[in-house]
Design a protein around this ligand. Structure first.
Ligand SMILES: [Fe+2]
Length: 275
């Protein structure tokens, strides 16, 4: 069982005269004979484009493309009449959106996941909870504070997602689990060492509570994440934590070709190794 892993493909930001990322992903999947692919959020800040991109991947490759929404994916900037909840619900029309529920690979393996949110636990403790609630560092505004319109506090959103994930972890205690959150579950994947700005902004990258929850369940073999545009891996106890982002064209280190970068960025895991 060969599974491709990629996050933060940002097909809108990486657009040239057309979407060049989705076709590159399809070709990579076919070339590597993958059985499944996981996209850990941030496909685009336009739900119609997201549904088109994910649908195209499944149509072209004939394999399941499992997905969790990212924070960009629920932004309202292109649909100001909608709330983020409405966009989150519209994204559920994609059958392999894990916000709909788990995906059972076979009797041994199950995949669960969702967006997740943040509780400021990764921010530097020299700032107060109220400081983080402003979501603004000098002149830089964390865009979720404008574009993610949940009508709930960040902490309440974090609680919503962690409760949903915990229920699934309890349900699947007897299986090997792959868990996907767009936001970060461990501090190792935050911006380190942080600049003064990131001492503040790390607060919006995830929550240590996801990592603590995951590590209570040794049957979680993989914890896959995105959001921070790094490509990193670290094993803690029984769990391989993977953050594997394509990121923005401007971050591709002198490379402007989506095909080259997708081929560099795509990683694979083989479940046979871990049975
Ligand atoms: Fe992103």
């Amino acid at each position: 069982m060969k599974i491709g892993i990629l996050s933060d493909i940002h097909v809108d930001i990486n657009f040239t005269d057309k979407d060049v990322v989705t076709p590159a992903i399809c070709r990579n999947i076919k070339k590597n004979s993958m059985d499944m692919v996981i996209i850990a959020g941030d496909v685009a800040s336009d739900y119609k484009l997201i549904l088109a991109s994910l649908g195209e991947i499944e149509k072209q490759t004939n394999i399941p493309c499992l997905y969790v929404p990212g924070n960009h994916d629920i932004w309202i900037e292109n649909y100001p009449e909608k709330t983020s909840w409405e966009i989150y619900e519209l994204l559920k029309s994609y059958p392999h959106n894990l916000a709909n529920g788990s995906y059972e690979i076979n009797k041994d393996w199950v995949v669960i996941g969702d967006l997740g949110w943040y509780d400021f636990s990764f921010g530097d403790s020299k700032y107060s909870f109220n400081d983080f609630s402003n979501m603004k560092y000098e002149e830089r505004i964390w865009q979720d504070s404008i574009k993610a319109v949940w009508g709930e506090t960040p902490l309440d959103m974090h609680k919503y997602f962690i409760n949903k994930l915990e229920k699934q972890l309890i349900k699947y205690k007897a299986r090997n689990v792959i868990i996907i959150t767009h936001v970060l579950p461990i501090q190792n994947f935050t911006v380190q060492p942080p600049s003064p700005m990131w001492e503040y902004m790390n607060a919006f990258l995830g929550s240590s509570e996801y990592g603590e929850l995951i590590l209570k369940y040794p049957n979680v073999k993989y914890a896959i994440t995105g959001h921070v545009h790094y490509r990193k891996q670290i094993k803690i106890n029984n769990t391989e934590f993977i953050c594997n982002c394509l990121g923005y064209r401007s971050e591709w280190h002198e490379n402007d070709d989506a095909e080259i970068e997708v081929n560099k960025a795509m990683m694979t895991i083989d479940l046979i190794d871990r049975d």
